[in-house]
Every structure is written in C-alpha cells, then in structure tokens.
Write a protein that binds this ligand. Structure first.
Ligand code: 5GP
Ligand code: ZN
Length: 137
C-alpha cells in the first residue's frame, strides 16, 4: 500500500473531485485553490519529479494538461492561466508525486509571480551559463 497521497487519490483511498481521467492521467480539483477551478494533473504512475519520469508519461501529461487547460480556460471564461510545477521540497513541492498545477487567472486578481533580480555582472551570467551548458553537450 502506497504512502503517497496522490497514489492514494489514484487508487481511490482518498476521495477527489475528478476533472478528467484516462488510462494514464488523472486530473482533480486542488483542495486549496488559488482561484476556483485550480486543477492538478498527475500521471497515475508514481514518480516524484520530471527528472524521474519516463518520456512517454511526460508527453501524455503535457498533452493532457493542454486539453484540460483548454476546457478550464473556455468554460470559466478566463483571461489567462498559469501552469506550474514545484520540483522538490526547497521549491515548494509538498506532495512528492509529480503534478502540474493549472491555475486560473483573472484581471487584477492580486496574485504575484515570483520575484526577480538583475545579474550582478556579466561574469556571474557567463559562469552559470557555462555550468549548465556543460551538461547539455
Ligand atoms: P505542491 O506544493 O506540492 O506543488 O502542491 C500540492 C498541492 O496539492 C497543494 O496545492 C494542495 O492544496 C494540494 N493537495 C494536497 N493534498 C491534497 C489532497 O488530498 N486532495 C487534493 N484535492 N489536493 C491536495
Ligand atoms: Zn504517488
């Protein structure tokens, strides 16, 4: 028996308000929405982040997220929406089962995205660029 909350939702041990379901994917209402309609899209097969998810599952997850987003966007007559994935605890991931947030947005709804800053120097920018690119060769 899995201890994972979202695996429990997949197998029905924890009830959820299902938005969409197919063989691989489940989408349900977030219990604490940023706005009504806030939906979580998850692969039924457990993985923690995109890093340990196989390509095929990831493709299915993204395609389903687009389909569900479109329905949310149209049915709720939204002006926009955010899609977000928190990856690992330090980034705010509370449930260690991969999930994509679809968060409805409205004009002047007061929600703020993450803060940003300037790079302190060209050197700082080049150093980080080099580190990342090295692993992408
Ligand atoms: P995270 O911070 O991991 O990206 O987001 C986890 C989300 O899952 C939160 O927005 C939280 O409200 C939602 N959540 C956690 N447990 C449950 C649950 O048992 N049922 C539902 N519907 N949502 C949950
Ligand atoms: Zn799980």
């Amino acid at each position: 028996m899995s201890e994972c909350t979202f695996c429990k939702i997949v197998n029905g041990e924890i009830p959820s308000y299902k938005v969409y379901e197919d063989r691989y994917i489940l989408a349900f209402l977030d219990r604490n929405p940023v706005h009504e309609g806030h939906t979580l899209v998850i692969p039924k097969k457990h993985s923690e982040t995109i890093l340990d998810t196989d390509d095929e599952t990831l493709r299915k997850l993204v395609v389903a997220t687009r389909k569900i987003s479109k329905a949310i966007y149209k049915s709720l007559k939204l002006k926009g929406f955010n899609i977000g994935i928190n990856q690992f605890k330090v980034a705010g991931q509370a449930v260690p089962h991969l999930h994509i947030h679809i968060m409805p947005r409205h004009e002047n709804d007061g929600l703020r995205l993450w803060p940003s800053r300037e790079y302190e120097s060209e050197l700082e920018k080049m150093k980080v660029l080099e580190k990342i690119r090295k692993l992408l060769k």
